[in-house]
Write a protein that binds this ligand. Structure first.
Ligand code: ZN
Ligand code: ZN
Length: 342
C-alpha cells in the first residue's frame, strides 16, 4: 500500500512517499481503507522526533475510512461501513478499560502512528473497541477529525465539569482543538472566553460561539476583565489549556476560586512553573486530559449529525503532498484542521 513515511526526524521534508505491506486483521479486528487522516500538533512534534515515533514510522492518528475486511472472529455487520476511529486502539480488558478509561489503556494495540501503523497510508487496522459508524451526512474529512479535534475538547470539558452557564476560558482558541472546544462549549451552553495570539482569527472565533475574544498579549488581566463582564469578578470557572507552557500561567491566574484547569495541549514540551500558593489559596483543580474515548466519539458524532456542532471544514491535501500539509499546519494560519487523503 502507499504510505507517507517518517524518513528522518526534522522538517516537513522528512516525510516521504513509501510502500508498506497491507496489514492483516486478526481476531475481531477490521481492515479500514483510509479515506482521510487529520494532522495535528502531536504529529508535528512526532515528526520533529520529540515523541515516541521513530524513523520508518507511518504517522497519523485522526482517521476515517471504510471497513474493507474483517478478522476471522469479526462481526460481518461492520463490513462496508464508513467509520471514524478513536486515536488509541485499546485492549478492552485491562483495569483501565474495564473502568471505562480506554484513553489510558497501555496494553492494547495502542496509539496510531506510535504503537501501530498510522493513517498516512491507504489502510490501517481497527476494531469494534475504537470504531464508530459515521452517518452519510458527515463527510470523510470531517469524520477524520472528530475524535482528536472535537472529542479531545469534549473530554476536557468533562474533566473540568463544565456546565451550562459556566464561564470557560479556552487558550490556543484558533488551533484545531481550540476552535472546536469553543464550538462544543458554546453548544453545551457555556460562555466562552477565547484566547488567541492571532488577531486574524478573532472574527472566526466569535462566529464559532466565543462570547469574548482576548488577545494573548492582554494576559490574565485581560481574561479576568472579560470574566468580570460575564458576572465572574474573581475569574473564570474553568480553563481548557490547549497550548500548554506558553499560556499555562495565564490560565492559572485567570481562574476564580475552585476553578478547574484541564491541560490538553503541550505545544512546547518544556516544564512549567506551578505557583503552589495560588493553587492552595484558590483551591484550584489542575488536571490532565488525554484525548478521548469511544463513548465521547459517539457523542461527538451525534452532536455533529444533529447539527448542534459544526466542524470547521478541514483543508484537504493528497497524501503525496504530506510535506506541504505539515508546513501549512505549522504556519499557524489555518483555522481548524488539515487532512490528507490517500
Ligand atoms: Zn490529533
Ligand atoms: Zn486496556
Amino acid at each position: 500500500m502507499r504510505a507517507a513515511v517518517l524518513a528522518a526526524p526534522g522538517g516537513p521534508g522528512g516525510l516521504v512517499p513509501g510502500e508498506r505491506p497491507v496489514p492483516e486483521p486478526t481476531g475481531d479486528q477490521f481492515l479500514v481503507r483510509v479515506s482521510a487522516c487529520g494532522i495535528c500538533g502531536h504529529d508535528l512534534l512526532a515528526r520533529k522526533g520529540s515523541l515516541a515515533a521513530r524513523p520508518g514510522q507511518v504517522l497519523g492518528h485522526e482517521i476515517a475510512g471504510r471497513v474493507e475486511a474483517i478478522g476471522p472472529e469479526g462481526d460481518p455487520a461492520w463490513l462496508g461501513r464508513r467509520v471514524a476511529l478513536v486515536q488509541r486502539f485499546p485492549c478492552g480488558s485491562c483495569a483501565e478499560c474495564r473502568a471505562g478509561h480506554t484513553n489510558t489503556c497501555r496494553t492494547g494495540p495502542g496509539f496510531y502512528g506510535e504503537d501501530l501503523s498510522g493513517g498516512y497510508a491507504e489502510f490501517v487496522l481497527a476494531g469494534p473497541l475504537n470504531a464508530v459508524a459515521l452517518p452519510d451526512s458527515v463527510g470523510d474529512a470531517e469524520g477524520a477529525i472528530l475524535s482528536c479535534a472535537l472529542g479531545t475538547g469534549l473530554h476536557a470539558l468533562r474533566r473540568t465539569r463544565v456546565a451550562e452557564g459556566d464561564v470557560v476560558l479556552v487558550t490556543g482558541a484558533g488551533g484545531g482543538v481550540g476552535v472546536h472546544t469553543v464550538r462544543i462549549a458554546a453548544a453545551l451552553g457555556a460562555r466562552v472566553i477565547a484566547v488567541t495570539s492571532s488577531a486574524a482569527k478573532a472574527q472566526a472565533l466569535r462566529e464559532s460561539g466565543a462570547h469574548t475574544v482576548v488577545p494573548v498579549s492582554a494576559g490574565a488581566q485581560g481574561v479576568r476583565a472579560a470574566a468580570a463582564g460575564l458576572g465572574r469578578p474573581r475569574g473564570a470557572d474553568a480553563a481548557i489549556e490547549t497550548t500548554g507552557a506558553p499560556t499555562f500561567a495565564l490560565s492559572l491566574r485567570s481562574l476564580a476560586p475552585r476553578g478547574r484547569l484541564a491541560i490538553v495541549g503541550n505545544t512546547d514540551p518544556k516544564a512549567v512553573e506551578l505557583r503552589l500558593g495560588l493553587v492552595i489559596l484558590k483551591e484550584l483543580d489542575v488536571s490532565g486530559s488525554a484525548h478521548a474515548n469511544r463513548q465521547e466519539l459517539l457523542e461527538v458524532v451525534e452532536l455533529v449529525a444533529s447539527g448542534r456542532v459544526t466542524p470547521v471544514q478541514p483543508r484537504e491535501f493528497p497524501l503525496e503532498d504530506i510535506a506541504a500539509a505539515h508546513a501549512a499546519v505549522e504556519s499557524g494560519v489555518l483555522i481548524g484542521r488539515a487532512v490528507v487523503r490517500p
